[in-house]
Design a protein around this ligand. Structure first.
Ligand code: CDP
Length: 440
């Protein structure tokens, strides 16, 4: 499965990096700042006191040079030939030198090769000048942002003053004008707007407004349209459960708002998957154990109409997490089901670590817990056919917010999260027993 890449091109201070970071955070992917690559070379030269910007010198110097990027959560550290250059990247002298050396072919090749190599390791949102046109011409979504020179200068002045850099509006305006000229007039890979890029003039919009617009565009590109057949199955299931059972959903507004993301539920009956389909709709994608699906005829039939991500209990399939995150970004609810075996007595069994691994690997910010009540007595394990005309009550909880991905994926973090997930479902179960079960 190929990785996906979103590019944002545009002139300096058009809002690229702020927006790229926001979107990266929202999608749970990494931000690739191509400008920082040019700045890293420039910072190294400045710090080591290398004054030469001669093409022949730089070309042979870069042949043995190494650029390394280390992510610490969403923050990236840059190393050039083992010198950490991160602290020097935002200096204006470094920016000017970066813009100057960026005209050279060997420098551009060096940066582009590094960008392409890193992009093979995951999903990224990358910003720069020529990313959609030259570096990633096949990017999944492309944006081109711009704003008037004056408003960009105002933003950059504010940014620099916040960082404690002594500057003035006139000085910043002049530096930006100069860099605009260097970036758009150079012969090799100048700043251009790719034909297939979504264009936004950010002058009179807030960052949040632009972010929303970009997000709508990204969702449009990734969203999938379910087939009419699947839509009909869901309509049929809803009618079936309403007709033969007192089917009640509490907290349905949470599932309606939670259009895509990870959903987990208790598992006591064959009906569970069908009830989740009724609730979440035709875009639902199931994550299921290959072993369980293979040996169970009923589950094979149900799941054959809906997309499945199969998991081998022993090994995670290659690209499994990428598949999960792509599914979610396509606007589909991803349902972990069946989470192990059905419970023998209707109680919630200890969770497997699979769900926690998905949350941590895919850096998911929230998950939706659902408790399906009443179905155990309708169709418990060991019974061939269900009983009818009983009550099914589904409790949809507020999405559970997950924080602390940055703290790693160690055993302790996994156990804590797994307990938290189970606890939320247990609370729903308690609420169900106290409020609804006695009336069934
Ligand atoms: O933050 P700002 O937009 O001011 O600059 P940057 O993105 O950090 O880029 C610094 C310099 O690197 C720019 O002025 C460009 O000359 C150069 N650059 C480039 O030529 N091509 C890219 N894809 C990214 C940056």
């Amino acid at each position: 499965m190929a990785h996906f890449i979103i590019t944002i091109d545009g002139p300096s201070a058009s809002g690229k990096s702020t927006l790229a970071k926001k979107i990266a955070q929202r999608l749970g992917i990494n931000y690739l700042d191509s400008g920082a690559f040019y700045r890293s070379i420039a910072a190294f030269l400045v710090e080591k006191g290398v004054a030469s910007e001669d093409e022949t010198f730089l070309s042979s110097f870069l042949q043995s040079a190494k650029l390394k990027l280390v992510y610490e959560g969403s923050f990236a550290r840059y190393y050039f030939n083992d010198l950490e250059v991160t602290p020097f990247l935002r200096k204006e002298l470094v920016a000017m030198k970066a813009s100057f050396i960026a005209k050279q072919k060997s420098v551009r090749n060096f940066v582009n090769n590094n960008l392409q190599e890193i992009s093979n390791k995951g999903d990224f949102i990358a910003d720069g000048r020529d990313l959609g046109s030259k570096v990633f011409p096949l990017a999944d979504v492309k944006f081109f942002l711009t704003a008037t020179l004056e408003s960009r200068a105002k933003r950059r002045e504010l940014e620099q003053k916040t960082m404690g850099i002594d500057t003035s509006f006139e000085k910043v305006l002049e530096q930006l004008r100069l860099r605009d000229e260097q970036d758009s007039k150079r012969k090799i890979d100048p700043l251009v707007r790719p034909d297939d890029a979504f264009f936004i003039d950010t002058t009179s919009y807030t960052t949040d407004e632009v972010c929303e617009e970009m997000f709508i565009e990204i969702k449009k590109k990734f969203s999938v349209q379910p087939s009419l057949f699947r839509t009909w199955i869901c309509v049929f299931l809803k009618s079936f459960f309403s007709l033969f059972y007192g089917f009640k959903v509490m907290g349905e507004e949470f599932s309606r708002k939670f259009l895509s993301g990870l959903v987990y539920a208790n598992h006591t009956s064959f009906y569970d998957a069908l009830i989740l389909l009724t609730l979440l709709g035709p875009k639902t994608v199931f994550v299921a154990s290959e072993r369980v699906v293979r040996k169970n005829f009923f589950i094979r039939i149900v799941t054959s109409f809906f997309p499945l991500i199969l998991v081998d209990d022993q090994n995670m399939p290659k690209d499994f997490f990428r598949l999960c995150i792509k599914t979610i970004h396509k606007g589909c609810p991803l349902v972990i089901f069946p989470e192990g075996m059905r419970s023998l007595d209707g109680t919630i069994l200890p969770f497997k670590v699979g769900i926690t691994s998905i949350i941590l690997h895919c850096k998911l910010k929230e998950v939706l817990p659902i408790y399906i009540g009443g179905v155990y007595s309708i169709w418990p394990k060991g019974k061939w056919f269900p009983s009818f005309f009983k009550k099914i009550t589904v409790l949809v909880s507020k999405p559970l917010h997950i924080s602390g991905h940055e703290k790693g994926e160690g055993k302790e973090a996994r156990v804590k999260l797994t307990n938290q997930l189970r606890e939320r479902l247990k609370n729903l179960e308690k609420h169900f027993k106290e409020t609804y079960e006695c009336r069934i």
